[in-house]
Design a protein around this ligand. Structure first.
Ligand code: NAD
Ligand code: MN
Length: 506
């Protein structure tokens, strides 16, 4: 299937699909085998830079999800190799998988670039960070332990941390590999078994990593990958009666459906990372306006703005507003748009036609509701789903572009006067994923950091989510955490064992 695992569709390779070492068809990965979907159906995988079909992937339906869950359940049974293996050995397997990810880094990065459209430099970064995340969790495997708890009466109590069981994981297309790593790292460290549903827009890298997991030596059934559509395969996972927990990343709308399906089926545990409309605040005391503009620019345009925690509401103090906007516009105009395989490219195509149209729709709304279009504002070229880097100034909080998640390369710059005001406006949203503040005043930073209702606050930096640092949303941006020790806890149950101690020995 993956006939040339170590070769990759290099930039120098012409973009015609037949010249790429890309399988024409990739099947589902269940119980350590690639298998056809029960229906025999496939769906096309599209390169958003060329709008061409790069491969076809088997489309999982409910029967396939059943099969994957059965494999994961068998792998979770108490006598199965995965459950009887030393925890330290689980860690070794995870490190071995990371060695393979590093061996095939260029190939995998190219897969994500082909499938998602993100520039190679970003794909490589995602991959290195994914490896960092899985290695971080590999280290946890043999350090997960409960407590001995002093308690009333003639008892001793000990707690055990146990894996939650078979986990369903549904991930989005914006960071195909990284979202996999955020989900697999803690699940494998905890000792769970996995049924992963990658996004239908970007299924390739997950299937390739599944093949690597077999090569690394994971026992059959521990890792299963069932690509397919959200309302079919995704729905089958979220309402499955034999899945113990679901971890979902995606939109708030779908998150709500997943939670309802979990409630109505078997009350499986649910964690979710959803959307955001995160504020980034630039105070007049920050000092370095060039640097402030750069931080806000990257916060917005990184990954084409297709980032759940993008700094998508830029609040700038009124005294520096005009100067800031000038700099923001000049940075946006300089951003290099084009072929994501070109090493100079900073902005490739958006992931799909639908996403491009949605973003262009928001740009039209911005214009019609009276925001000032400073630059960009249209499709770039006529082939591929490219949108020009776009900046709006004079945006007010009631405008659609200030309220809804655009998920594209569109910076929205607003003006503020006082700290109290900007705190209130930062919090005036149903979301609460992330936030940032640029200030040289420690008191301003601390007051803001405590008052803002968001899962992450970045002071004098932005979008620093590290393997060690918990990440997750307040309010309708999600439930539960990923990354860090908190992320691991979401994959563990606590078992309480109470033992009676005789008061005297007879
Ligand atoms: P989406 O919610 O449509 O899709 C996400 C995943 O859910 C995909 O795998 C999809 O197939 C699946 N899905 C769709 N319908 C489903 C259903 N009825 N049941 C079960 N699964 C279903 O989101 P999208 O448009 O692909 O991605 C963009 C959104 O995701 C944005 O809103 C963004 O903010 C959010 N997102 C959040 C984070 C985060 O960490 N909080 C990260 C990335 C993306
Ligand atoms: Mn694609």
């Amino acid at each position: 299937m993956w006939s040339h695992p170590r070769k990759h569709p290099h930039p120098s390779v012409p973009r015609q699909p037949e010249e790429r070492p890309m399988p024409k068809k990739v099947e589902l990965f269940i119980n350590n085998e690639f298998v056809e979907a029960a229906s025999g159906r496939t769906f096309p995988v599209i390169d958003p830079a060329t709008e061409q079909v790069i491969s076809n992937v088997s489309e999982a339906g409910p029967d396939d999800v059943d099969k994957a869950v059965a494999a994961a359940r068998a792998a979770f049974s108490s006598k199965a190799p995965w459950r009887t293996m030393d925890a330290s050995r689980r860690g070794s397997l995870m490190h071995r998988l990371c060695d393979l990810l590093e061996r095939d880094l260029e190939y995998l990065a190219a897969l994500d670039t082909l499938d998602n459209g993100k520039p190679m430099s970003e794909s490589r970064g995602d991959l290195e960070y994914s490896v960092g995340t899985i290695r971080y969790y590999a280290g946890w495997c043999d350090k997960i332990h409960g407590n001995t708890v002093p308690c009333d009466g003639e008892f001793i109590c000990m707690t055990r941390k146990e894996p939650v069981g078979v986990v369903g994981q549904i991930i989005p297309w914006n960071y195909p590999l990284m979202m996999l790593a955020w989900k697999w790292g803690p699940a494998l460290a905890a000792g769970c078994t996995i049924v992963l549903k990658p996004a239908e827009l970007t299924p390739l890298s997950a299937l390739y990593v599944a093949a690597l997991s077999k090569e690394a030596g994971f026992p059959p059934g521990v890792i299963n990958v069932v690509p397919g559509y959200g309302n079919v395969a995704g729905q089958a996972v979220s309402q499955h009666k034999d899945i113990d927990k679901i971890a979902f990343t995606g939109s708030t709308v779908v998150g709500r459906r997943v939670m309802a399906a979990a409630a109505e089926s078997n009350l499986k545990r649910v964690t979710m990372e959803l959307g955001g409309k995160s504020p980034i605040v630039v105070c007049d005391d920050y000092g370095n306006l060039d640097e402030a503009a750069e931080v806000c620019h990257v916060a917005m345009f990184g990954n084409h703005g297709q980032n759940c925690c993008a700094g998508s509401r830029t609040f700038v103090h009124e005294s520096i507003y005009p100067e800031f906007v000038k700099r923001a516009v000049s940075l946006a105009k300089k951003r290099v748009v084009g072929d994501p395989f070109n090493e100079k490219t900073q902005l490739g195509p958006l992931v799909s036609k639908g996403q491009m149209e949605r973003v262009l729709g928001y740009i039209e709304k911005g214009k019609s509701e009276g925001a000032k279009l400073e630059c960009g504002g249209a499709r770039h070229g006529s082939q591929g789903y490219f949108v020009q880097p776009t900046v709006f100034s004079d945006v007010t909080d009631n405008m659609t572009i200030a309220k809804e998640e655009i998920f594209g390369p569109v910076q929205v710059i607003m003006k503020f006067k006082t700290l109290d005001e900007v705190i209130e406006r930062s919090n005036n949203t149903e979301y609460g994923l992330a936030s940032g503040i640029l200030t040289s005043n420690i008191n301003t930073a601390l007051v803001y950091a405590q008052a803002v209702r968001a899962g992450s606050v970045w002071v004098n930096c932005y979008d620093i989510a590290l393997p060690q640092t918990p990440f997750g949303g307040y309010k309708q941006s999600g439930q539960g955490k990923e990354l860090g020790e908190d992320g691991l806890a979401e994959y563990l149950e606590t078992k309480t064992i109470v033992i009676k101690v005789p008061t005297k020995m007879s």
